[in-house]
Design a protein around this ligand. Structure first.
Ligand SMILES: *Cc1c(COP(=O)(O)O)cnc(C)c1O
Length: 379
């Protein structure tokens, strides 16, 4: 066994590289004793708005709350329908259900793993109040087609950009195209805080004002409540950590892209591994996803060789127990189900060494070569 270990994600080297700057920034907040919202959160909001090419940004408590707050601000409530992909992190569909609305799920494009625009169109009814495309793994959904359909039916689009900060679609940044864009600063995202945090971008000034009000229990002015909101606030310690990290985000993205390029090269002659298709847009590789037939066996083999990997996601939303009442069954969305059983996320974080990437690819290629031999022998 090789002595090169490769964790799926290790945040320590990133922290080591910017430790002094981060500690100084956090100390500043401690000295100020200004912990919730305030000037640092406001500065972060301005910077994120600019980075995402949006007019406004609102710092919030998490990516999940960003989705919830956006839907609340759009007035989504009991009896409404919201269309989204069945193949995503739970928060996307969960936010819809928490408001009493019905998630209307659709299948994915097997090449990009993103929501299929033509399936969105088929799912629209008079009850449809919003559409939530997810920019999965760091690559934007097909926004031209989605916005065309949405505009024809006058339905707002919320981009779930939790995995896609800085990613682009035809030169436009995630979070700048729809009615609102939702981001997460969960530590494992490309721009991670030291705890929970998130942001919403929008070009709609009225919607921005409404979300700002809802973020503080709908209070405006203080102690006067015309609408019911919640506590969706971002704190200053998270804001300063994210502000420091934002300065490095583009160089980290380049590191991820470089790692992805090396994987493409190393898997090129392995016909048993399907790599993501060539991307024209700016992919930020929150995840690097391959498809392989003996996925679970390969994953166990990688673990034996001290190589981390993960399955995003093993169960699509339409097969989740809590959504049984939606009436979907196995076979409802074949592409999502196929993705759930054949995809594997490999280590891609920017601080990986070339040697580590080569090790991951070597172990996988050797595994596949043995499998190829076995199936040839059986045939
Ligand atoms: C991480 C994630 C979220 C939720 O973000 P949190 O900050 O963890 O609440 C929502 N949607 C997607 C697609 C995500 O990956």
């Amino acid at each position: 066994m090789s002595n090169i270990t490769v964790p799926l994600l290790d945040l320590k080297p990133q922290y080591q590289a910017i430790k002094e700057e981060i500690q100084e920034a956090i100390n500043g907040v401690i000295e100020s004793q200004y912990f919730i919202l305030g000037p640092e959160v406001q500065k972060l909001e301005e910077e994120i708005a600019e980075y995402c090419q949006a007019k406004h940004c609102l710092g919030v408590s998490s990516g999940s709350d960003a989705l919830l707050l956006s839907l609340m601000a759009l007035g989504v409530t009991t009896g409404d329908e919201v269309i989204t992909t069945t193949y995503t992190f739970f928060a996307t569909a969960g936010a819809i259900s928490r408001l009493g609305a019905t998630p209307v799920l659709v299948d994915i494009d097997p090449a990009s793993f993103n929501i299929l625009p033509e399936e969105i169109e088929k799912a629209i009814t008079p009850k449809t109040k919003a559409i939530i495309p997810v920019h999965l793994y760091g690559q934007c959904a097909d926004m031209d087609e989605i916005l065309k359909i949405a505009n024809e039916h006058d339905i707002p689009v919320i981009e779930d950009g939790a995995q896609a900060i800085g990613s682009e679609y035809k030169g436009k940044r995630a979070g700048s195209m729809g009615t609102a864009g939702c981001f997460s600063f969960f530590p494992s995202k490309n721009l991670g805080a030291f705890g929970d945090g998130g942001a919403i971008t929008t070009n709609d000034s009225d919607l921005y004002e409404k979300m700002k009000c809802l973020r503080m229990h709908g209070s405006q002015p203080k102690y006067h409540h015309k609408i019911i909101g919640g506590n969706f606030r971002l704190d200053a310690i998270q804001a300063v950590v994210v502000r420091v990290k934002l300065q490095y985000l583009d160089s980290w993205t380049e590191g991820r892209q470089k790692n992805a390029d090396l994987y493409y090269e190393l898997f090129e002659s392995n016909s048993l591994v399907t790599t993501p298709p060539a991307i024209q847009n700016r992919h930020i590789y929150n995840q690097f996803i391959i498809r392989v037939e003996n996925r679970d066996e390969l994953r166990a083999h990688l673990a034996e060789q001290q190589i981390g990997s993960e399955i995003y996601y093993p169960i699509p939303m339409h097969l989740q127990e809590c959504f049984a009442d939606l009436g979907y069954k196995e076979g409802s969305f074949p592409e999502a189900e196929k993705a759930a059983s054949t995809t594997l996320a490999l280590p891609i974080y920017p601080e990986l060494s070339e040697e580590q990437i080569r090790q991951v690819a070597t172990v996988i290629n050797q595994f596949c070569a043995e499998k190829g031999q076995q199936s040839k022998a059986a045939a």
